[in-house]
Design a protein around this ligand. Structure first.
Ligand code: ADP
Ligand code: MG
Length: 239
């Protein structure tokens, strides 16, 4: 199978900090991949590199056979690569549905506000937020703000979705519900990269797990192998 997304020897530094060092990986269509590592390992930076927010200092990124590492963030999202932010950032005074409509406006095939509204409502129904459509986004609980982030990203009609710590701050039952929603998104054929601080959250969800430590890729293996990998255990114990 040819890769949907391929990173070759990607690095990114900020001043003297090597946030990502020489990372190579591929993403295949329809996979749910876990990206884990201790705080400061470079997980969010890797998402920022892929989405063009903080472009790679060196290395190449190929999406569907074309290089995307010099494209602007809006060009990359227009290609169907979406992400959620670790710190959720809804437009607070806008309603829930207006937030999702803003996401839908990025999708090229939306032609009118009515269409944006009906597309947004579909995503709110799918993410369980339909009843809250007309509330100001700032009134939502954290768990629902995270759902709103998912609905906004889905409205951009992505085929790759990177979720940066969507479970952080949620209680056990909220995490279970969020994982069910992520499975439902993957069942639509969207490739998912789920970024998590904790390994245990992703082992039940991901067939494959990538581990970053100090900006380096130290494992890219099936979940069953990663949980036994001495280098992974050491990275976490030392953090
Ligand atoms: P993680 O998401 O795994 O916790 P990050 O990608 O946020 O890690 O950070 C990796 C390293 O890069 C850290 O040392 C962090 O301080 C640094 N870093 C990330 N973004 C920036 C930035 N915009 N400017 C300077 N340093 C940054
Ligand atoms: Mg992070």
């Amino acid at each position: 199978m040819s890769a949907l997304l391929e990173l070759r020897n990607v690095s990114r530094s900020f001043g003297g900090i090597h946030a990502i060092r020489n990372v190579s990986l591929t993403l295949q269509p329809g996979q749910i991949v876990g990206l884990i590592g201790p705080n400061g390992a470079g997980k969010s930076t890797l998402v920022n590199i892929i989405t063009g927010v903080h472009p790679a200092t060196s290395g190449t990124i190929v999406h569907k056979g074309e290089r995307i590492d010099r494209l602007k963030p809006f060009q990359i999202s227009a290609r169907g690569i979406a992400r959620t932010f670790q710190v959720v950032q809804p437009f607070p005074s806008m309603t829930v549905i207006q937030n999702v409509m803003a996401g839908a406006m990025f999708a090229a095939n939306i032609r009118s506000m009515d269409e944006a509204r009906s597309v947004a409502m579909e995503h709110l129904t799918f993410t369980g937020l339909a009843a809250m459509a007309d509330r100001p986004a700032e009134q939502l609980t954290l768990a629902n703000r995270k759902r709103l982030e998912l609905a906004k990203s889905l409205a951009m009609n992505p085929h790759i979705l990177m979720l940066d710590e969507v479970n952080a701050g949620l209680n056990t039952s909220e995490v279970e519900q969020a994982l069910d929603l992520i499975r439902a998104i993957a069942a639509r054929g969207i490739s998912i990269v789920i970024i998590e601080h904790l390994l245990k959250v992703v082992t039940g969800l991901c067939s494959r797990i990538i581990v970053l430590h100090h900006g380096e890729l130290i494992a890219d293996d099936p979940a069953a192998d990663v949980i036994k990998d001495p280098r992974v255990i050491e990275a976490y114990l030392g953090s």
